[in-house]
Write a protein that binds this ligand. Structure first.
Ligand SMILES: O=C(O)c1cccc(C(=O)CC[C@H]2O[C@@H](n3cnc4c(=O)[nH]cnc43)[C@H](O)[C@@H]2O)c1
Length: 226
């Protein structure tokens, strides 16, 4: 299987050195990720496009820093509108607004920026949990991977996002961009995130970057059968 791996930063790419896949650094954010994915898919055919790197774990995911999240879907979770008075705001998704990221979709089936993951994702998560996980204590979660342009910085918003996406595992800033570009090329997509921090109040000093990067590599190696 020929795999394209998109990471946001050079530090994330360095920790994937030597893996048998094409690893590309896109910069931070879904737009950067989509543009880079598109550019790579235009140049060569791939069987799978993967958004990989560090990420936050949602409350209720059961994941802690150093664990691993494998996506069941990639969602651009902040696409929509906020309605209502201050303190009583509700979020309206693109689907609720009758809008779509795919202009060719029938108007009664809008795509609100939610992209299903590669069909092998769940089996990968189970395999990683049962093989590597048992030896090293690595916990592997399988569920929605949310993409946001602004990192979530408080518990209330973290819970609201987790309520909108039941079973939400992780938050990053690129996954839906990779998935959106891949969809346009008919290439399956997947997101793999090593957990660096809980989603919520910003406490950058406590992030477990080394452990998160190691978990990301474990996930990528498991995917590539390496
Ligand atoms: O200093 C900060 O507040 C800060 C906030 C977000 C990310 C960073 C980075 O240095 C890494 C950028 C990279 O990290 C991913 N990431 C990691 N944790 C989260 C999160 O809780 N929510 C969203 N994104 C996260 C993201 O994909 C970026 O590419 C520093």
């Amino acid at each position: 299987m020929k795999v394209l791996i998109i990471v946001a930063t050079a530090g994330e790419a360095a920790r994937l050195a030597g893996v048998p896949a094409h690893v590309v650094v896109c910069g931070v954010g879904a737009v950067a990720a989509a543009l880079t994915t598109q550019q790579e898919l235009m140049q060569e055919p791939y069987d799978l496009a993967v958004s990989a790197g560090i990420g936050g774990a949602y409350p209720g995911s059961g994941l802690n820093p150093g664990d691993l999240a494998v996506s069941s879907l990639m969602a651009q979770a902040d696409l929509g509108a906020v309605d209502g008075l201050p303190g009583q705001e509700t979020f309206l998704s693109l689907e609720e607004l009758g809008l779509s990221v795919q202009p060719d979709q029938p108007s009664d089936q809008p795509n609100g920026g939610i992209f299903p993951a590669w069909q092998g994702a769940q089996a990968l998560a189970e395999r990683l949990q049962h093989s590597g996980g048992q030896q090293s204590g690595l916990r592997v979660g399988y569920g929605p991977a949310l993409t946001l342009s602004t990192v979530t910085g408080n518990v209330a918003v973290a819970h609201a996002l987790a309520a909108r996406f039941p079973g939400a595992m992780c938050e990053g800033m690129e996954g839906a961009g990779v998935a959106h570009a891949a969809l346009r090329w008919g290439v399956p997509a997947l997101e793999i995130r090593g957990i660096s921090n809980p989603v919520g109040p910003r406490d950058r000093a406590s992030w477990k970057l080394g452990e998160a990067l190691a978990a990301t590599r474990r996930g990528v190696e498991g995917l590539l059968g390496w």
